[in-house]
Design a binder for this molecule. Structure first.
Ligand SMILES: O=C(O)CCC(=O)C(=O)O
Ligand SMILES: [Fe+2]
Length: 324
């Protein structure tokens, strides 16, 4: 009888992506991926709850989640384009017993966000582990970088750069300009068409080829962000994407997994050199980028500033790249 007692289970979560999928993600910077059942369910629930929140009055939405730190926290409305709420931690932790009160709306929205955050975090962690395995790196390279990011922080004191963003794009005019994301990996799930990713293989400087992302909660779009590109010494590309208008409008759930603020980043773990404070890495990945989710006038001002500083917004295949 074979001895089955001596083989320990392999470390880390089970592999998710096959070789072709990993190669596609690294080269194109994006991948369409069938969602695990738990995440499909939690995002379906969250899309529904976000729609109920967006249906509330402007006064209520602002008072439940006042925006802070520019676009990085709370409710934000971009005229003629979209409205969205950014969660980086819990805000309303105590439920009231009145089922129809605004606080109750917020409590159920946050409970749903916390569940989707956990499920999306797990999915992206599995992909990061796949990337580490394929690069012959130890899975522990992610320990410090992900510290405190995989579940929604309880309070502002504990928050990192990681965020969950819920969007409502307005019919026809709702859009987001072409950009790459700043973090490690992003997962986008939407209930309508509009998200498009750039096909780098078939695009040229004069002709961009855009691919429509899948619609619905069965399949997600996973995007490589600038931080992962930097850690991979640019062996992975960041995925360029945009949102174009459709006549029905669109809701989406976007989970952006970004590095932890609790530790410095040790590049030697990734075959590079040196250690940089987490804040420095964050500044570096933002250089030359325009925030595509801010108001139109603010985007123009950011572009103007970049031009004055002699730093054209980063060109990947198309000019005028932003960040999201
Ligand atoms: O709404 C989406 O699916 C994508 C939004 C986006 O790209 C971003 O906010 O960075
Ligand atoms: Fe984005």
């Amino acid at each position: 009888m074979a001895d089955q007692t001596l083989i320990p289970p392999p470390p880390g979560p089970p592999p998710l992506l096959n070789e072709d999928q990993l190669l596609h993600l690294a080269q194109q910077g994006w991948l369409f991926l069938e969602l695990p059942e738990a995440l499909a369910q939690s995002t379906t629930d969250l899309l529904g709850r976000s729609a109920a929140y967006f249906d509330a009055s402007e006064v209520e939405k602002n008072s439940l989640y006042p925006s802070k730190q520019g676009t990085e926290f709370g409710y934000y409305h971009v005229a003629d384009e979209k409205e969205y709420i950014t969660f980086r931690c819990r805000v309303h932790s105590n439920a009231t017993s009145n089922a129809s009160s605004p606080a109750q709306l917020a409590t159920s929205l946050e409970a749903s966000t916390a569940k989707a955050w956990h499920d999306a975090g797990l999915l992206l962690f599995r992909i990061l582990c796949d990337i580490a395995r394929a690069s012959d790196l130890d899975l522990s390279v992610w320990d410090d970088i992900l510290d405190g990011t995989l579940t929604i922080p309880d309070s502002r004191d504990e928050m990192t750069y990681t965020l969950m963003r819920l969007f409502r794009y307005f019919p026809s005019t709702g859009h987001a300009e072409e950009h790459t994301d700043l973090g490690l990996l992003t997962v986008c799930i939407g209930d309508g068409s509009g998200l498009q990713v750039l096909d780098r293989f078939n695009s040229s400087t004069s002709n961009s080829v855009w691919v429509d992302a899948p619609v619905g909660t069965r399949t997600a779009t996973v995007l490589v962000g600038q931080t992962l590109r930097t850690l991979s010494a640019r062996s992975m590309n960041a995925g360029a994407h945009r949102v174009v208008g459709n006549s029905q409008g669109r809701h989406s759930v976007v989970f952006a997994l970004r590095h932890s603020t609790r530790h410095g980043i040790d590049f030697s773990l990734f075959g590079g050199e040196g250690r940089v404070p987490s804040t420095e890495l964050w500044k570096t990945v933002q250089i030359g980028k325009v925030n595509i989710n801010t108001a139109k006038e603010a985007r123009e001002m950011q572009r103007q500033k970049l031009r004055l500083a002699g730093q054209e917004a980063e060109v990947v295949v198309n000019p005028q790249m932003g960040h999201g």
